[in-house]
Write a new protein. Structure first.
Lengths: 165, 78
């Protein structure tokens, strides 16, 4: 990428786009804002790389950039809607009746979680990040990240349990 | 539902699709930046080779010495 290889940039984008998009959605909870964040993060990366500076730990750089930009946008626009109608943080695989049935409920329950718990659940469950990495991103201890995950899961289960699942 | 089964249930969900519009915007912007970088690299290489041919190779060496630094990028949490 430092030498201006468009293919390398496109490959990187393909590799991270869905994960970073979901992560941004889980933080900022607005489709338009999440897309703008992902756009700005990749454009920022391309500019850096073209200037000869490639981050050493690319994955960590991308996640932290998404987080910083989301936090920054939420600070600048506190009126940002946190209830984008029909916002999907997860999608059920086609043909899986059990998951299809629960999808809407789980989405709603995920969005209703406190943001720091939702963040840990999303990063741990769908991004396979370890608790040390998540704690580093949240600026907290590993134990706190672990507790947030457990509280988050427990609330999700409770929501499903309320409907007899 | 026990913990393991619940975690497996969650992991079975996919990430939401990314809109084609976002793909288009990012790839177009990235391609433009990469094209400018390629042009810059080409111009630098031509300039370097010209300097060598004219017997001023040491100038290119000096420029490299001054401008080449280890790429290190630090990310701070806001």
């Amino acid at each position: 990428m430092i030498r201006g290889e468009s293919g390398a940039f496109a490959d990187l984008y393909q590799k991270y786009r869905a994960r970073l998009h979901q992560y941004a959605l889980s933080l900022i909870r607005s489709r338009m804002e999440a897309e703008d964040v992902v756009h700005d993060v990749f454009v920022g990366l391309a500019k850096q790389a073209s200037g000869g500076r490639m981050p050493r730990e690319l994955s960590a750089y991308l996640y932290v950039s998404v987080r910083n930009r989301c936090v920054d946008r939420m600070r600048r626009k506190p009126e940002l809607s946190l209830d984008d109608v029909g916002l999907d943080l997860i999608v059920a695989p086609p043909g899986d009746e059990e998951r299809i049935e629960l999808r809407r409920l789980l989405n709603r329950a995920l969005i209703a979680l406190p943001p720091e718990q939702a963040e840990v659940v999303v990063l741990r469950t769908w991004h396979d990040l370890d608790f040390a990495a998540i704690a580093g991103m949240q600026g907290t201890s590993v134990n706190t990240a672990l507790s947030r995950y457990q509280y988050g899961l427990s609330k999700l289960r409770k929501e499903l349990g309320a409907l007899g699942r | 539902m026990d913990d393991d089964r619940f975690e497996r249930l969650l992991r079975g969900y996919r990430l939401p699709d990314v809109s084609p519009d976002l793909d288009h915007r990012v790839l177009r912007a990235g391609a433009a930046i990469m094209a400018r970088a390629r042009t810059r690299v080409t111009v630098e290489e031509i300039g370097r080779s010209l300097l060598h041919r004219l017997g001023f190779g040491y100038v290119a060496w000096l420029v490299d010495l001054v401008t080449t630094t280890d790429a290190e990028y630090r990310v701070d949490l806001i």
